[in-house]
Design a binder for this molecule. Structure first.
Ligand code: URA
Length: 433
């Protein structure tokens, strides 16, 4: 078998056999296929896609390229909620203790942030003393103890994805729906979960800018899940403006805690309740989502989720008192207000630009080596649909180093479009399937 023939078949739209896919990926992982040939193959996939069976085999091969984690010994149902990423996305921090309150376990691998989006690992690291388990056994112990265990991705999970992603990044092939679906699903499937909830973001701050593409990605990932006998629910949600008001690590921790105490932003609270209700459906506790949301609301009112979060932080070695006293979190030395330059209604808030405004303050990384400042970030004061007067507060910026403060403020002003007509806020939850 020759690699060039496999590339040619994909280029000409001829369906690849299982052996061709396996040969290509095995040889690439072994270092026997040069990057220029794999780049050509990825570009052929970019233009011609992959049909269902090809994608199943491709994803399964990726999944099996490294360790598989089975989580034997966990005494509860495990649900993995994964988001395709966005700005101000602190959902896991609120959802994990809610799940734990219903005896649904979270045992997941999470990433660090890069570019305009943040990472769950960075957010938890805002908490003094907080450490992540390093072995599967430690993670299992945590989940059994307090319902939640989160650890960083190791290089041993789907090593093929790491290699392919780096290549896609420099060959303009990241935005191929089958390649994104295989990349996400291979990592989800390599780690055992009884149910997978995929929060597929769409809008200006998301990978999938259009709803149509988000639908295609969601469907492709569900099909991969089905083909490999895994339960997958997709939830397409809005990322056309930042999620909630807070962007920045400790600021987002506070907003997530407020949400599980019943005082979160309206749209973020609704998203969290919906995802938790989907979890209850997967567990078999409820059939109807509205009923599920009501159960979640009642649970929030009981105060248990905040207690479960405290238990998780304590088990991870962190200072659990932050749940009651936010001053124990890193706090920026300075703050500055950004005022509106026009009157009218907020039409759009370019989420990616808001993410960058927080990143240049130190809340995120421009390169993998950058060190995060957990204290800094911003709190928006106006969201899409809100009325605003000239000179009214648009956002507050929290910072330590004033080097990039002016550019951050300018980015915030640029991110907002204000016009005379009121735009209706988009629903946060767009489609569930
Ligand atoms: N997230 C992933 O894990 N992989 C992609 O290809 C895109 C987003």
């Amino acid at each position: 078998m020759r690699i060039v023939d496999i590339i040619q078949n994909k280029r000409d739209g001829i369906k690849l056999s299982d052996t061709e896919i396996a040969y290509l990926l095995d040889e690439y992982l072994e270092g026997n296929v040069p990057d220029y040939q794999m780049s050509a193959f990825l570009m052929a996939v970019y233009f011609n896609g992959m049909e269902k069976h090809e994608l199943k085999v491709f994803t399964e091969k990726m999944m099996n390229s490294g360790d598989l984690i089975d989580f034997k010994g966990i005494n509860k149902i495990l649900i993995d909620k994964h988001s395709t990423g966005g700005v101000g996305d602190k959902t896991t921090i609120a959802l994990a203790p809610l799940f734990a309150s219903f005896d649904i376990g979270t045992a997941k691998l999470s990433g660090r942030g890069l570019g305009h989006t943040g990472g769950t690992i960075d957010k938890f690291e805002s908490i003094k003393g907080f450490t992540f388990p390093e072995t599967k056994e430690e993670l299992v112990e945590l989940v059994n103890e307090c319902g939640t265990g989160i650890m960083g991705y190791s290089d041993k999970i789907v090593p093929l994805d790491k290699k392919l992603y780096s290549l896609r990044d420099v060959t303009a092939t990241v935005s191929s729906i089958p390649l994104i679906a295989a990349s996400i699903m291979s990592k989800k499937l390599a780690v055992h979960a009884d149910g997978i909830i995929l929060d597929v973001k769409t809008g200006s701050g998301a990978f999938m800018k259009s709803l149509d593409d988000a639908r295609k990605l969601a469907k492709t990932m569900r099909e991969i899940g089905d083909s490999l006998d895994r339960k997958v629910v997709t939830c397409i949600t809005d990322m056309d403006q930042p999620l909630g008001f807070a962007v920045g690590n400790s600021l987002e921790i506070i907003e997530a805690i407020e949400t599980i105490k019943g005082r979160g932003p309206k749209e973020f609270s609704y998203l969290v309740k919906t995802l938790a209700a989907i979890g209850l459906q997967l567990k078999g506790d409820v059939k109807d989502l509205d009923k599920g949301r009501q159960m979640v609301e009642d649970m929030i009112q009981s105060g248990k989720p905040a207690k479960m979060l405290k238990a998780f932080i304590k088990s991870a070695g962190g200072d659990e008192n932050i749940v009651d006293d936010y001053k124990l979190l890193p706090t920026a030395k300075n703050s500055v207000a950004v005022y509106a330059k026009d009157s009218g209604y907020v039409n759009t808030i370019e989420a990616e630009t808001i993410g960058k405004a927080a990143m240049v303050l130190g809340a995120g990384r421009a390169t993998k080596e950058d060190v995060i400042d957990h204290a800094v970030g911003l709190i928006l004061n106006k969201k899409v649909g809100d009325k605003i007067e000239t000179g009214e507060l648009l956002a507050t910026v929290y910072y330590n180093d004033d080097k990039n403060i002016e550019s951050s403020k300018q980015m915030i002003l640029d991110a907002y479009t204000i016009s005379n007509t009121q735009t209706k806020e988009r629903d946060i939850v767009i489609e569930i399937e």
